[in-house]
Design a protein around this ligand. Structure first.
Ligand code: FAD
Ligand code: 5PR
Length: 381
């Protein structure tokens, strides 16, 4: 029976109930997908308000399909961008300049967040800010910082790389930090100030000699530019925030206006990190997104994978006879591609392979059709 019909025949007490820790991309997508399949859902966000952290993001076809499946695609498309080319430069000489044969989109994280939040609110998901989850029990409950305990048929740990749900419930965690890290910021486009150039392209500017310094330039819409400054952690000067224009402008003189704008923002330098857990599920708990599989951003799949897995969880639980069977099926379906994505991302980061261009060769995961999204194709724009 289609879920909408099921809903009409159910009373509130028949509905399965989920408590979700974390209102990030993983938590909100899972909440929407469960709610659309008849669940009652409550989301707890420890932050004082509902908002996105960080700067810009690239969504590939896999993530865009999930957005279409949950009904957030049109909103996302309204204020995002598809750059004409994805260019890689080494010492300011073009290595590759690629146009992709699959749909992709650049946007601010806030825009992506707002688009999913709007659907969650429309679906009647109960979202509480200032509600920190401090522990979870595989028997089916969470405990809040206030001391309150809430029980549920399903507990979702979507509380990011530092997940309390994961760590309190005894999942085994392995953590790798990379030698490099990055400071990500949003600045005005400043096209006029930049002067001559194809400023609508994504440009990944690498310098490996004599010093590893990289600027990733990603236009998000007409007004906003996502700009990220990568340097090894061992380089104190280049990994300091706010970024020091005297380090970056001599190496990237043609980017002066946007580097100067970036230097006015404090920002945060993050080491790249990959985490693995022994299992994604324990009793009634499922870990989704960075709580289960933080990855380096080289393939720009952190949020895309988080959303695909949250959506896939709701689909699996809808298809299976029991919660146990649904959780087992979910991990069996989603884990191989996610593990592969994490390994590919990590290897790409460790070897600094993006410096050699040819991003097209890294688009396997982006082409993967997430579970339950066969009917939600997206057009190349
Ligand atoms: P998160 O986005 O980390 O969301 C987790 C949510 O849970 C947060 O809202 C957090 O406040 C909340 N939370 C945490 N603990 C608790 C708790 N105990 N109780 C209740 N709520 C809790 N990738 C890119 O491609 N480009 C970027 O610019 C980029 N920037 C990033 C910036 C930051 C600060 C982070 C953490 C990650 C970034 N990434 C970026 C990686 C990518 O965005 C992630 O893979 C993706 O956001 C994962 O989504 P998530 O919902 O699993 O986790
Ligand atoms: N790609 C994207 C990105 O945001 C980053 C990287 C690659 C879209 C940095 O967050 O390799 O650092 C990267």
């Amino acid at each position: 029976m289609p879920w909408r019909k099921v809903l009409l025949t159910m009373t509130n007490s028949d509905r399965r109930h989920a408590e979700i820790a974390g209102a990030g991309f993983a938590g909100l997508t899972t909440a929407v997908a469960l709610s659309q399949r008849g669940w009652s859902v409550r989301v707890h966000e420890k932050g004082p308000e509902l908002r996105a952290f960080g700067a810009g993001i690239i969504m590939w076809e896999n993530g865009l399909r999930v957005l279409k499946a949950i009904g957030a695609y049109d909103a996302v498309m309204s204020s995002s961008f598809t750059p004409p080319y994805y260019e890689t430069r080494m010492h300011n000489v073009t290595v590759t300049k690629e146009a992709f044969d699959l749909p992709w989109r650049t946007m601010t994280r806030q825009h992506l967040f707002n688009s999913i939040l709007e659907v969650a609110e429309h679906e009647g998901v109960d979202i509480l800010a200032d509600s920190e989850v401090v522990a979870a029990d595989p028997a089916g409950s969470i405990t809040l910082a206030s001391g309150r305990t809430l029980s549920a048929d399903l507990v979702v740990g979507a509380d990011g790389v530092g997940s309390r749900v994961r760590d309190s419930a005894g999942f085994q965690l392995e953590r790798h930090k990379s030698r490099d890290g990055i400071t990500r910021l949003l600045v005005p486009r400043l096209k006029d100030e930049l002067g001559e150039g194809e400023w609508d392209n994504v440009v990944d500017y690498w310098n490996l000699e004599p010093r590893v310094l990289r600027i990733l330039y990603v236009p998000c819409n007409d007004e906003e530019l996502y700009i990220a400054f990568m340097a090894p952690r061992a380089d104190d000067e280049a990994s300091r925030v706010p970024i020091d224009p005297d380090v970056w402008i001599p190496v990237f003189p043609h980017l002066r206006p946007v580097v100067e704008a970036a230097a006015k923002i404090h920002g945060r330098y993050d080491r790249y990190e990959t985490t693995f857990v022994d299992t994604w599920t324990k009793g009634r708990i499922a870990l989704v997104g960075d709580a289960a599989h933080a990855m380096t951003p080289a393939l720009a799949q952190g949020a895309g994978c988080a959303m695909a897995n949250g959506f896939g969880l709701a689909v699996a639980l809808d298809d299976a006879e029991t919660l146990d069977a649904g959780l087992a099926m979910w991990e069996r379906q989603e884990r191989p591609i996610t593990d592969r994505c994490q390994r590919m991302s990590q290897e790409t980061t460790e070897t600094r392979k993006l410096a050699h261009g040819n991003y097209t060769s890294l688009l396997d995961i982006a082409r993967h059709i997430p579970t339950g999204t066969d009917a939600f194709s997206v057009a190349l724009v």
